[in-house]
Design a protein around this ligand. Structure first.
Ligand code: F6R
Length: 364
């Protein structure tokens, strides 16, 4: 049932190109996004004031990528709330707001409660869900399924990737309707997204390199992930993956924030994974890498191949195929998943069933 892979997690990491293809293909018609969601009308799209993205864990990190994409491409304010906070914080919701909940299982208790709260307040709710017919799917006003197929490993991988892809499609649809991008530009993005599975495949072909990097970092007790903007959002997911399955303590930090306190924790025993895929902030992240290498940290840099990085900027460098900056997370997530996976395997952890964790959290 693992299809020849030693763990479900690795199988699911390798299924990502296919999951992405299946999720995106039915939603691009004649080169333009077509979400196939009746209730999400052009009129509704035009009237949206603010978007609240509500989810837990990895799904909330997909939401962070979505927030960045929405704000960049649609110039609509968006915020991400963890469901367990949202539901008890008396959220400020206006009638023209949109609540997007994201859930692989469609059964997460806090996310379901958040959805119900938004509905009670008369806010339009949209759900991005992987399990057909699940509670969240049944109750949302609009539903967009991700077609990742069953995800068995407790640590979410392929579900995250397709959740991101749906957020991009929502952003592109909204950008088209609201005129923040030209039709030409939206077409180009759609083409690039459709070609993404092949690029993901190229990265998966480098899994040995990720295994080697993992072998260099496997004995760490603490580790930092740093990045800015989308790279910061992605760092949060990378850090969660590592800690939940390898039990190495790690933290994701906005790269520019380190010097406001946390850099005191950096020593030659605390390695750093730096993510740099965004051109406008690339030089800034490179300066932050210098700050940590000066303090003895070993650095693994995951970088956009388009940037000319000098080999001596980091101890280990993983170069990613390039694409539009805003879409880079669809590629950059893969080495972070593989790094976490191989680190956990090398440490002898039960990768598919990490201690204390359940796949579906139906109690709050
Ligand atoms: C992490 C992970 C969890 C889930 C979270 C939400 O790898 O799997 O953080 O993402 O429990 O679950 P769903 O998406 O089912 O609502």
């Amino acid at each position: 049932e693992k299809g020849g892979y030693p763990h479900f997690m690795l199988k699911e990491i390798f299924e990502q190109p296919e999951a992405l293809r299946k999720t995106v293909a039915p939603r691009i018609k004649d080169g333009l996004p077509d979400l196939q969601v009746e209730a999400f009308t052009d009129e509704l799209i035009r009237s949206v004031g603010k978007i609240h993205i509500v989810a837990c864990g990895t799904a909330s990190y997909a939401g962070m990528i979505g927030k960045c994409a929405l704000e960049k491409l649609v110039r609509v304010p968006a915020e991400v709330c963890i469901a367990s906070e949202f539901r008890y914080n008396d959220p400020i919701l206006a009638p023209d707001d949109l609540v997007i909940v994201i859930s692989q299982s469609g059964e997460t208790a806090d996310t379901l409660a958040a959805l119900r709260l938004a509905k009670e307040k008369g806010i339009h709710t949209m759900a991005i869900v992987n399990v057909v017919g699940s509670s969240i799917a049944r109750e949302a006003d609009s539903i967009i399924y991700t077609w990742a197929g069953p995800e068995i490993a407790v640590a979410s991988t392929k579900a995250y990737t397709v959740q991101m892809s749906v957020m991009y499609l929502i952003a592109l649809k909204m950008a088209l309707v609201r005129g923040t991008l030209t039709e030409e530009e939206v077409r180009r993005y759609c083409e690039i997204i459709q070609a993404m599975p092949e690029k993901q495949q190229d990265i998966l072909a480098q899994s040995d390199t990720c295994q080697y990097f993992a072998s260099r970092f496997q004995n760490a007790e603490h580790l930092f992930y740093i990045g800015r903007g989308l790279d910061y959002a992605l760092s949060m997911e990378g850090s969660l993956k590592l800690k939940e399955i390898s039990y190495i303590h790690s933290e994701a930090y906005a790269a520019g924030e380190l010097k406001h306190g946390t850099i005191s924790l950096i020593t030659d025993h605390v390695p750093v994974v730096a993510v740099a895929t965004q051109e406008h902030i690339y030089e800034k992240t490179i300066s932050n890498i210098k700050e940590v290498t000066t303090r003895g940290a070993k650095v693994l840099l995951v970088v956009n191949d388009r940037f000319e990085v000098k080999d001596d900027i980091a101890d280990y460098i993983l170069r990613l195929p390039t694409t539009e900056d805003v879409l880079m997370p669809l590629l950059a997530v893969i080495p972070l998943q593989l790094f976490a996976y191989y680190t956990a395997v090398l440490r002898g952890c039960d990768v598919d069933k990490p201690r204390n964790l359940a796949k579906s959290v139906t109690v709050e």
